[in-house]
Write a protein that binds this ligand. Structure first.
Ligand code: HEM
Length: 529
């Protein structure tokens, strides 16, 4: 035994005597994780969260969350002598005078953008592969919570510097709070500690941004990962993979090395972007004053869809009992997002209700094999993308020589018409892909090699696919539609008959599929390639 091994052994023995960790470690360090690139998306979220914590902590050393009026006397000449809040002045100082300050600000902002991209793409992976199904519904709901918190946390973050852009965003947030019927104006007064903008808001959101929300994030991410650990990871279908096993690499050493390396890749990309790509150059916008607004104000992308919905809404207002209800803000700013996030959170339950499938699922779906779900996802994405485009209506209009009205009408009509079209097209594509799978299994791969038969006919040679591939393409099950009876055995209409009818209909639409190739069909066609 070398000296190094002896020391490592002694340390391990010392810790084990006191914690009994060896047994636990032995069991868990060999835990198997499946290997697929899309399982790295959750890790991107995790690593950017760590980068956010580290770079954010650096920023707190110099940022002054105060609305105290100061006269700027720093290094940035164009703003010298201007009155501004201490919050804005300290952000300028971080950018121009603190060593590495601008790099850290940019790393922090880029990490936030990557974090949100990571969350959304990770959510899409979980959605389109059906990873949210039993027993992972809770983790899905925790995920929706993390997404919501991420949007709020990002918004609060870019609201802190008190520059003209962030003030404009806060003004919209105030309008949304005020749009709440009856309590809105009181709530806004409460949140801002008086009339807008006031002195209280920035210090308040600072506490929420650096203390409260990161704390909740840490707790939720911990529970999220513990659940992944406990419930085990899902895996894509393939030979040897069942609902009862996990095929992949052990945590130690393979997965640890991969994950560690991946952290540095994420960190490297973020640091590179922070170093070379300017983000939120607040010195160009100037300090916030409620009477001004900069041209081309854009929120960060994850808020853009909400801004786009508000921008496209028609000027609807009702006056009743001395109150004004601003539907133009209330619907796009609160009601629609409320419905969207509720539907998102409840989706696993809605799907299992519609299909009647209450079983556990550890094998993932290929998106084409769940055409309705995939099409619904495409529909929701289309809705969000049209809204997001309208969030940049002014920039798009000036860039492409359009009028703001053309953009607005495109989005107003598009947001209603395009999602159903996306649904139909996606469903057709999924069914076509199923048909292509069936062809592939039954007739093999087209080789592009033409052969002339003795009697003169030309045929293309097909090459049979491997049994492993054939298994992967046919192992999924195709659910039969629910047939909930309308009448009971005695011919009496059952309670909930209408509900059952709706459920039957949805489940029938859900069960539309191209029959997968069966073993018998395969056998029959063998030798016909
Ligand atoms: C702070 C944000 C988040 C972090 C750090 C995070 C992290 C992770 C990690 C590391 C995994 C395992 C690897 C993988 O499957 O990618 C995972 C799995 C999972 N996540 Fe997230 N996630 C976040 C947000 C979300 C969101 C927004 C949703 C959905 C609404 C979600 C739902 C799930 C589910 C259902 C699983 C289990 C997937 C499976 O076993 O296949 N997560 N998450």
């Amino acid at each position: 035994m070398t000296a190094r091994e002896r020391i490592a052994g002694n340390v391990a023995g010392y810790v084990d005597d006191r914690t009994g960790a060896a047994k636990w470690m032995k069991k868990n360090l060999t835990k198997v994780f499946p290997d697929h690139w899309s399982f790295l998306l959750g890790e991107i979220c995790l690593y950017s969260f760590i980068i956010l914590l580290a770079s954010g902590t650096f920023l707190t050393f110099w940022f002054d969350p105060s609305m105290k009026e100061v006269v700027y006397d720093g290094a940035y000449e164009p703003l010298k002598g201007l009155e501004m809040s201490a919050a804005y002045a300290s952000t300028l100082d971080i950018s121009f005078e603190v060593r590495g300050g601008l790099l850290m600000r940019q790393i922090h902002h880029w990490a936030a953008l990557i974090f949100m991209v990571g969350i959304v793409v990770h959510l899409l992976r979980v959605y389109f592969t059906g990873a949210f199904r039993k027993p992972r519904e809770f983790n899905w709901i925790i995920g929706v919570g993390l997404l919501t918190l991420g949007i709020v946390e990002g918004f609060l973050g870019y609201s802190l510097p008190d520059d003209l852009l962030s003030g404009t965003g806060i003004r919209i947030a105030e309008a949304i709070i005020q749009a709440l019927p009856v309590v809105g104006s009181y709530l806004a007064f409460f949140a801002f500690g008086g009339a807008f903008p006031g002195d209280a808001f920035i210090p308040r959101i600072y506490t929420v941004h650096v203390l409260l929300l990161p704390g909740i994030f840490l707790a939720l991410i911990t529970v999220h990962l513990m659940l992944v650990w406990y419930q085990k990871h899902t895996q894509f279908p393939g030979p040897g993979r069942t609902e009862k096993n996990v095929v992949g690499y052990p945590l130690m050493p393979v997965y640890m090395a991969k994950a560690g390396g991946f952290f540095f890749i994420v960190f490297g990309v973020t640091a590179f972007l922070g170093a070379v790509a300017s983000i939120n150059p607040i010195w160009l916008y100037g300090p916030y004053t409620p009477g001004q607004i900069s041209a081309g104000s854009q929120p960060d992308w994850y808020m853009g869809w909400l801004d786009g919905l508000v921008r496209m809404s028609p000027p609807l207002e009702t006056h009743a009992f001395g109150y004004t209800i601003s539907w133009n803000i209330l619907i796009p700013g609160l009601i629609l997002p409320g419905i969207m996030f509720t539907l998102l959170a409840l989706y696993p339950f809605i799907e299992s209700w519609a299909t009647g499938d209450k079983r556990e699922h550890h094998l993932l779906d290929r998106p084409r094999n769940a055409p309705n779900r995939t099409a619904l996802g495409a529909m929701a994405l289309t809705f969000t993308i049209v809204s997001l485009l309208n969030g940049g209506n002014d920039i798009i209009a000036t860039t492409f020589d359009l009028t703001i009205n053309q953009m607005m009408w495109f989005s107003r009509i598009g947001v209603i018409v395009l999602p159903p079209i996306a649904f139909v097209i996606t469903k057709r594509i999924c069914l076509s892909l199923q048909r292509a799978d069936r062809e592939l299994v039954l007739h093999g791969r087209e080789t592009g090699r033409l052969v002339r038969l003795p009697h003169g006919e030309f045929v293309e040679v097909h090459e049979p696919i491997s049994p492993e591939k054939a298994w992967t393409l046919t192992s999924h099950e195709q659910l039969a539609p629910l047939e909930l009876p309308e009448f009971d055995g005695a011919g009496v209409r059952r309670p909930g008959a209408i509900k059952n009818k709706i459920r039957n209909r949805i489940s029938r639409a859900n069960a539309v599929a191209v029959p997968k190739a069966t073993e018998t069909e395969r056998k029959e066609l063998e030798g016909h390639h």
